[in-house]
Structures are given as C-alpha cells and as structure tokens.
Design a protein around this ligand. Sequence first.
Ligand code: URA
Length: 434
Amino acid sequence: MDARAIIAKVRDRQSPTTEELRWFANGLASGAVSDAQAGAFAMAALLNGLGEEGRIALTLGMRDSGDVLKWRMDGPVMDKHSTGGVGDCVSLILAPALAACGVFVPMISGRGLGHTGGTLDKMEAIPGVTAQISEAELRRIVAKVGCAVVGATGSIAPADKRLYAVRDVCAAVESVDLITASILSKKLAAGLEGLILDVKVGTGAFMKTPDEARALARSLVDTANGAACPTAAMITDMNEPLAPTLGNALEVATCLEVMGGDRLAAPRLFDLTVALGGRLLALAGGAEGEGEEKIRAAIESGAAMDRFAQMVFEMGGPPDMDKDWRTHLPDAPFVVPVPAPEAGMVSGWNGQALGLAVVGLGGGRQVETDKVDPAVGLSATIPLGREVQKGDPIAFVHARRDDDAARAVAEVQAAVSIGGADPDHPLVHERIDP
Ligand code: URA
C-alpha cells in the first residue's frame, strides 16, 4: 500500500478502506509512515473527517498496532480519561481513590497536547518518577498498589504515541475522529472492563460548544461500547481552569493538598473527581450515589493519599510524597502577581490562552523534542464570579526567567474578561450513557 494514496483519499473526501486505515496505523507504529505523512493525514482527517466506519477502523487499527492487555485481578479493571483541559488533574486523585475502593487502574495517559496539560508530564514533575515503564512493571505496580499512571509502554498503542506527538505540533488536535482513535486505542489496548470519559467543553477544551462536545462524547461512548468496553461519559465544564493551578508541579501540589484533606484548595477539582469516580463505580454495578460516597471517603480518609505515595515510590519517586511533598517538588525562581486590568466581576477566562501561556513559559512543548519545565505555570487563578478591584491579583505567574514572567502576565491579563453578568458555569453539563 502507499501512504500517499490513503492521504489523498482523506483529502478528497473519499473513504479509505478498513484495510488501508489498519495499514496506516501499523505504518505509524513501524515507521513505514513518515512524520510528514502522519502530519498530512492528521490535517486531512481534521478538515474532512473519516466517517463512522473510518473512525472505527482507525481506532481498532491503532489499538492493534501493539499489545492488547488481559488482566486476571480480584476486582474490576477500570479507568477514566479526559479529552483534555487546563488545570485538569483529576487523574492524579481519582486513580489512587479508585484503587482504595478495590478497583485496579492501569491508567495509560498522554503528555501535554496543544494548549492542554498532560498527566504524564505531571507525574514526571515528581523527581525520580519515570512514567514510561515496561508492561511487566505496569503489571507489578497495578497488582501491588492498585493503580499506575503511566505512558503507553512501547508495546501499547504505539501508533497513538506517534500520531499524538505529530498532532500536538501540527495544529491537528481538535477532531472528533482523531481524539476518539487516540483515546480509545490506548484505553482498549489496556484491557479495561469499564471506562468513564470526561468530555470537556468550553474555552479551555478542544470542543468549544456543547454540540461539538456531545458529538465527541457520543462517538467515544459508541465506539468503546461497540468494542465491548462498558463506557459512559460526562460532559463537563472547561470555561475556567478546573484547579486554580496550571503547570506540572503546581498541579501535583494542588492534588496533594486535596488528598491531604484540603478540598477547598480546589473545590471544583474535588467535586468532579467524586462525580466521575461515582459514575464509574456505578458502571461496575454499584448503586447510584453509593460510588460517590466511596470516592469521597477514600479521599477524605487519606486512603487515596496513601495509594498515591505508594505508586510514586514504586515508579522511582521519593518514599514520603504523602508527608514531605513540598520539599520534593521543583519551584520556579520568579513568582509574580498578575494585576486585574480593571475593577468588576470576573466573568470569563479564555482557557486556551491560559494553557498557551503555560506552554510559552516552558510548561509544554512547541516542537516534539522540547523538554518540559516542571516548575513553571500559574497559580491562584481567580474563580469566575469573583469581584476584583483594579490591581488585585487574578493569578500568579511562576517563571524560569523574568522576561518570560512579564510576557505571561500580559497574556493572562488578555485572557480574562471582567464585567458583565455572573456566568452560569455548572460543573457537569450532561451525562452520556451507553
Ligand atoms: N487525550 C488523548 O489521549 N488524545 C487526544 O487526542 C485528546 C485527549
């Protein structure tokens, strides 16, 4: 087969066959498809779509580009995945909370994508942690601790690893077909018995409107259930950062504060973690509402913190992340307030602009080979609906250099809307059931 012919079909809105898309997925994994071809394919798919059959064929082809895991555990093997947002660090709390509830969570996550943060980059902000581990290590840690938040091992969905990195730097992310294939290739390869998807909508999400988010949620839920993985989705708000911090080590610190008992450090993060975990436990057969109570108790009792610390230790990190975490996480040398440009009510955040400000500070990648700076980012981003006086801090910039800090201050000021009505921003917009 010829990659050019397959790309040309997508470009010309003709449907490549299932065999062609499987071949392309294998070519991404083996290297038979070049970076230029991967970028051209991704852009053509983003602009013209692959159609339902094409999306399913690409998803299954990417799943089968590596190993598909099988588990024999004493409890359900389940996971959650987000379509990507800013200040979205639910995974770092939910994986250990689920483990404390008897669920086994082999959480195969991604790195930062476009303006959004990546769970793997957050895990690797903890000194010593290696998120890129072998399948044998993944199995060992999941059996011992109950959860492991890791990158796709070389053998799990290698086609996604390649296409993900290319899309990140080619402005080819916001596609229902490509996001579906990316998320589900990893999740189906992980051999899950249940999955909850957090489909983000709003200024900090890839899907900016409820209609787009609904289409993505339906595509994900139908494709996953069609591949025999019981799956539900929630469409959740991304019109403001989910946690008040953005940036890798800063988000880890927020999660540790919440798991240490301070849910008010990030109330929306806490509430969404409970809602998603509760829905997942209900998928496993629990009564509605009971699951939420279990997740809340796992966090408030410190059980989630224990599991998190064990997981970090098993992944090469310090042995005492549950106690002395402040001494382990890296700090940025410049921390400067962002003054409110005018007085009034904070009525909007451009989440994408905030995410890009963090990428500009070095917290994400401009090209595939960039090294991420774990210490930089934003903290104390002010919640929507809050009144401010001109000059009050609406966030703090954490930067490696003072000129980076000055640029980010201006970007954050440009990302806020002040004045107007108190915005309606419910945390969960909609549930999408199988
Ligand atoms: N998360 C993924 O794993 N892939 C995407 O394409 C978007 C979010």
